[in-house]
Ligand binder design. Structure first.
Ligand SMILES: [Zn+2]
Ligand SMILES: [Zn+2]
Length: 183
């Protein structure tokens, strides 16, 4: 298993609006074989899981290591994971989360938890975050080498940069007019 990819996908899962089956199918890009298995029950279970998983990202954002570990451990008790070693199609041995009888919700929950648990053990528990952009609550996984990520997406990052630039310009104009007034 590529745990970074699974961890990243868990952020994508939290950020996805899962209103109905079509929304969930839209989230499963490149995993066409899962599309026809998606049910309303999967959507309902995943909406519940989104509410359970967000606090993990918030705790990591707040550098609350104890809470990140405790929350993830609790979630793994509530949603037991069955990893399997897979050796299909000439790939190297890797971990899959489940067997054919697993529902789409169980699969995505298992992948999220195994991905995040492996990520925090390998890269550290403060690698998850909530976007710093105004009016954005999306979460992200920070895999940058110097752990410098602050935004969920390039779009939010450039929006925030533009806003900061405008604020500096405005400040500069205010400063200049203040100088003129005192001169
Ligand atoms: Zn595989
Ligand atoms: Zn954002």
């Amino acid at each position: 298993m590529d745990f970074l990819r699974y961890a990243d996908a868990s952020a994508g899962l939290v950020n996805t609006e899962i209103g109905d089956v079509d929304d969930l199918v839209g989230h499963l890009v490149g995993r066409d074989w899962l599309h026809e298995q998606v049910t309303d029950r999967d959507c309902m279970l995943l909406r519940k899981f989104q509410r359970e998983l967000r606090p993990v990202f918030e705790a990591s954002e707040a550098d609350d290591v104890r809470a990140v570990v405790d929350l993830l451990n609790e979630l793994m008790v509530r949603h037991p994971i069955t990893p399997r070693i897979a050796d299909h199609d000439g790939h190297d041995l890797h971990l899959h989360v489940a067997s054919k009888s697993t529902s789409v919700a169980e699969l995505l929950v298992g992948e999220s938890l195994l991905g995040l648990a492996t990520l925090i053990c390998d890269l550290g528990p403060t690698r998850l975050g909530v976007c710093s952009a105004d009016r954005c609550t999306d979460v992200y996984v920070d895999t940058s080498p110097n752990q410098s990520r602050r935004y969920c997406s390039d779009r939010c990052s450039s929006r925030a940069n533009v806003a900061a630039y405008r604020a500096r310009q405005k400040q500069q104009l205010t400063d200049e007019s203040a100088t003129e007034n005192t001169a």
